[in-house]
Design a protein around this ligand. Structure first.
Ligand SMILES: Nc1ncnc2c1ncn2[C@@H]1O[C@H](COP(=O)(O)OP(=O)(O)OP(=O)(O)O)[C@@H](O)[C@H]1O
Ligand code: SF4
Ligand SMILES: [Mg+2]
Length: 354
C-alpha cells in the first residue's frame, strides 16, 4: 500500500519556514501573516488548518498556490520549489493545485453560466475539443451531484450549497492532486454543509486527492482531517495527527482552543477545567510581535524564559507531533502543574464569589 509519498519518497507538498509579510503603505512596518510555517502533506490525505481570525490560514493557502508571493521560505510540490517556478511550471502547478473559497458567489462570475465557468480551467489547461470539454463539464456536474440543467444556469439561480458544489466541480476540472479548501462550508446552512462534507470525502475516496482544509470549526476538522495544524498569530503552534492534537494537545493555546470549543455541552463549557485552560489578556498586534513566545502575555504557564526566547516548532513526544513551546519540548509542562493551576484558579473563583 502507498505511504502517501512519491516513488522517490517525496511528500506531495512540503512547506518549509514560510514567511509572508504584508507591507503597510507609507510605513516601514509590516503585517506578519505567516511566520516560519513548516508543514508536510502526503498524497491522499487531509490536513486541517485551524486558528482564530487573522492567524494566517488564508495567507498560507494562497501562498501554496502562489496567488501570494512568499516573503521567504520554500514550498515544494512533488519535490520542486514552486517559489522558483517559471511561467510554464506555474501553469502546471495551477492545474495540479486548485482552491475553493469560502463564498461561492464571490468566486463565480455572476454574468457567466455555471457550465462555462467549470469549463474554463479545462480550456486553459487541457488540450481537448469544445465538445469534449462540454462532456467533461457534464461528468463533473454528475460527480458533485448537480443536474445537467446546471450547465446553463447563472450563479444567482443556484442555492449556496449548489454553488459550492459547482465551485468544487470547477476545482476538480483539471484532475488536481491537491485542493486548498478555505472554509468551504462556513457560508452554508447545516444540511448543505453536511452534504458538501460528504461530497468531499467521497471525491477523496474515489480520486486519492489531498486537501488542505482551512476552518474555524474544530468538530468539522476532527471529522474529516488526518492531520491538523493549529495556527496562532502567524505561526503554527502545534501540528500532528488528528488523534495527537485532539486527544493529547500539548501547547497551551491548542488546549485552550479545544477546551473552549470541543465541549459539546455549552453549559459544561463554563466548567472549571475549561475555564482553567481559557486564555486571558490581549492578543498582540501582528505588526508588533513579541520577542519571545507570541502567547507569553496570555499563557498561564509563562516563565521568564518564554518572554525572551523565540519559540521553535519542536517534537512534543510521539513522532510527527510538534509544538512551539520549550516547556512542552522539555516535558516541563506536566499534567500535575496544569492541575495545580486549575485548583489555584478554582479557589480564586470560589474566594471571589463569597
Ligand atoms: N492583503 C493584505 N494586506 C495587509 N494585511 C493583510 C492582507 N491579507 C491579510 N492580511 C493580514 O494578515 C493576517 C493574516 O490574515 P489571513 O486572512 O491570512 O487570516 P485568516 O486566518 O485566514 O483569518 P480569517 O479566519 O478571518 O479568514 C491578518 O493580520 C490580516 O489582517
Ligand atoms: S513558551 Fe511559555 S508562554 Fe509560550 S506557550 Fe509555552 S509556556 Fe506558554
Ligand atoms: Mg481566512
Amino acid at each position: 500500500m502507498s505511504d502517501g509519498n512519491g516513488a522517490d519518497g517525496t511528500p506531495l507538498l512540503e512547506i518549509k519556514n514560510l514567511v509572508k509579510q504584508f507591507e503597510i503603505p507609507g510605513s516601514k512596518q509590516v503585517v506578519h501573516a505567516c511566520s516560519d510555517v513548516t508543514l508536510t502533506i502526503k498524497r491522499g490525505e487531509t490536513l486541517g488548518v485551524i486558528g482564530e481570525s487573522g492567524s494566517g490560514k488564508t495567507t498560507l493557502g494562497r501562498c501554496v498556490l502562489r496567488l501570494l508571493e512568499p516573503t521567504s521560505g520554500q514550498i515544494l510540490f512533488e519535490g520542486r520549489d514552486v517559489t522558483a517556478h517559471g511561467r510554464r511550471e506555474m501553469q502546471r502547478l495551477r492545474s495540479d493545485v486548485q482552491i475553493v473559497f469560502q463564498e461561492p458567489f464571490d468566486s463565480l462570475n455572476p454574468q457567466m453560466t455555471v457550465g462555462r465557468q467549470i469549463g474554463e480551467p479545462i480550456r486553459v489547461h487541457m488540450d481537448i475539443s469544445k465538445a469534449a470539454r462540454k462532456d467533461r463539464v457534464h461528468t463533473l456536474l454528475e460527480l458533485v451531484g448537480l443536474p445537467p440543467s446546471t450547465y446553463e444556469a447563472l450563479p444567482r439561480q443556484l442555492s449556496p450549497g449548489a454553488l459550492q458544489r459547482a465551485s468544487i466541480a470547477r476545482a476538480m476540472s483539471t484532475d488536481p492532486k491537491l485542493i486548498v479548501l478555505d472554509e468551504p462550508t462556513s457560508a452554508l446552512a447545516p444540511e448543505a454543509e453536511a452534504e458538501v462534507i460528504r461530497l468531499l470525502k467521497r471525491i477523496q475516496r474515489e480520486t486519492g486527492i489531498a486537501y488542505i482544509f482551512i476552518s474555524h470549526d474544530l468538530s468539522l476538522v476532527g471529522e474529516i482531517c488526518d492531520n491538523v495544524a493549529i495556527m496562532y498569530l502567524s505561526q503554527v503552534v502545534e501540528s500532528g495527527s488528528r488523534d495527537q492534537v485532539f486527544g493529547n494537545a500539548r501547547h497551551p493555546y491548542s488546549r485552550a482552543l479545544l477546551a473552549a470549543v470541543l465541549q459539546p455541552d455549552p453549559l459544561k463549557r463554563r466548567d472549571e477545567s475549561a475555564r482553567a485552560e481559557r486564555l486571558e489578556g490581549e492578543i498582540p498586534s501582528p505588526i508588533d510581535l513579541p520577542r519571545g513566545c507570541y502567547l507569553a502575555s496570555r499563557c498561564h504557564f509563562v516563565r521568564e524564559r518564554c518572554e525572551n526566547e523565540p519559540q521553535e516548532l519542536v517534537g512534543a513526544g510521539e513522532p510527527g507531533h510538534h509544538a512551539r513551546c520549550w516547556r512542552v519540548a522539555e516535558d516541563d509542562l506536566k499534567e500535575e502543574e496544569i492541575d495545580r493551576l486549575r485548583h489555584e484558579r478554582q479557589s480564586r473563583t470560589a474566594d471571589s464569589s463569597t
